[in-house]
Ligand binder design. Structure first.
Ligand code: FE2
Length: 354
């Protein structure tokens, strides 16, 4: 689908063809600034047409997330049916079941201020969901069955615009990096090309990365040329502690600056909001007051459903999708190789829950 790209770092405006198509289905789309979009006039109990779903999926990729407004009273099955519109069209099973989850449905993860002590909530550190997986979830749903009344919500940062905001030397370096998850040994590119928007997007887990591999530069070769060349073990090195600290701090700062730099938003929830986020396009974190107990923010309920990706988020340069972190590393140059949670500790008060 055609999209307009501004010359400066921005998020693509809504595509006029998609807007017209959605209007024909009775939906009105309101862009949020600078990222995201709200959808009015839908009742997600009624499946949209395939072209409308495709158009919304493209807007999610471009804008980061969409919010169907006024969807109060959805049953678990209605919520799950809507989730299968996107990505791999299948639900990824969650691990824990909150006692208050409707029907104890394993496909839904309910978090609540009432469950403050018993179940962890969305992490307060920037992250993408499903980093343990080769096929990190393509989309996540957040259904606000009952909104908090303290203005708590979620921060979103657009990872394509974040890449554009990097200085050229870091763009060059980060595109040559691959992270290794300290718990699952899965590898992911630190910069990937989003499969729908086509935008280069940053991606790093701040709480569970045990190593970062650098593909060393070759004089005169561009990153795209490097990707097509066969690489042998001497083409790689592991980042050392100083380089790791720099990378993690730069990544955290880049997303922290997203709101004031025009590629991030704090979205406050209303009861009945049904958010779908493109988990390959935006990072998120809970706002700090989302973790206040029910006595302070009111009793709220948020149901999360995670949606399988149709493809793996695979590393470049011929590196494998898994490199066993429980074994010694296979590289000829030494660096950080830190198995087990929380992986490399880049600051002292790290919080890893997400
Ligand atoms: Fe999350």
């Amino acid at each position: 689908m055609a999209q307009t790209q501004e010359p400066t770092l921005t998020v693509a405006p809504l595509n006029p063809e998609n807007l017209a198509l959605l209007e024909q289905e009775g939906l009105s789309v309101k862009p949020l600034e600078p990222i995201g979009a709200e959808i009015y006039g839908a009742d997600v109990r009624n499946r949209l047409s395939d072209p409308a779903i495709k158009a919304l999926e493209a807007e999610m990729a471009n804008r980061g997330f969409i919010v169907f407004k006024h969807q109060a009273g959805l049953s678990s099955e209605e919520l799950i049916d809507t989730c299968t519109w996107w990505g791999g069209h299948e639900i990824h099973l969650t691990h824990g079941v909150h006692p208050a989850t409707p029907g104890r449905n394993r496909r839904i993860f309910r978090s609540s201020s009432a469950g403050h002590k018993s179940i962890s909530r969305t992490g307060t550190q920037w992250h993408n969901d499903g980093n343990l997986e080769a096929a990190s979830f393509s989309h996540s749903a957040y259904y606000i069955a009952r909104a908090p009344h303290n203005g708590a919500g979620t921060h979103f940062a657009h990872q394509g615009a974040a890449f554009d905001a990097l200085p050229p030397d870091k763009q060059d370096l980060w595109q040559r990096l691959v992270s290794v998850n300290s718990a699952s040994s899965v590898t992911h590119p630190v910069v990937h090309t989003h499969p729908i928007s086509g935008r280069k997007s940053v991606w790093l887990h701040l709480g569970m990365t045990g190593a970062v591999i650098e593909r060393l530069p070759d004089e005169g070769l561009t990153i795209d040329q490097l990707k097509t060349l066969p690489a042998h073990i001497d083409c790689f090195r592991l980042l050392d502690e100083v380089a790791m600290k720099n990378l993690f701090n730069d990544y955290n700062d880049l997303l922290d600056h997203s709101i004031k730099s025009g590629y991030g938003i704090h979205y406050e929830f209303d009861t009945g909001d049904l958010l779908f986020i493109d988990n390959w396009a935006v990072a998120h974190r809970a706002s700090p007051n989302a973790h206040e107990p029910a006595t302070q923010q009111g009793l709220d309920f948020m149901d999360r459903v995670i949606i399988k990706a149709p493809r793996n988020l695979s590393p470049q340069f011929g590196l494998p999708q898994y490199i066993n972190m429980a074994s010694p590393h296979p590289f000829n140059r030494d660096g950080v190789w830190q198995a087990g949670e929380p992986g490399f500790r880049w600051k002292d008060d790290m919080r890893t829950q997400n």
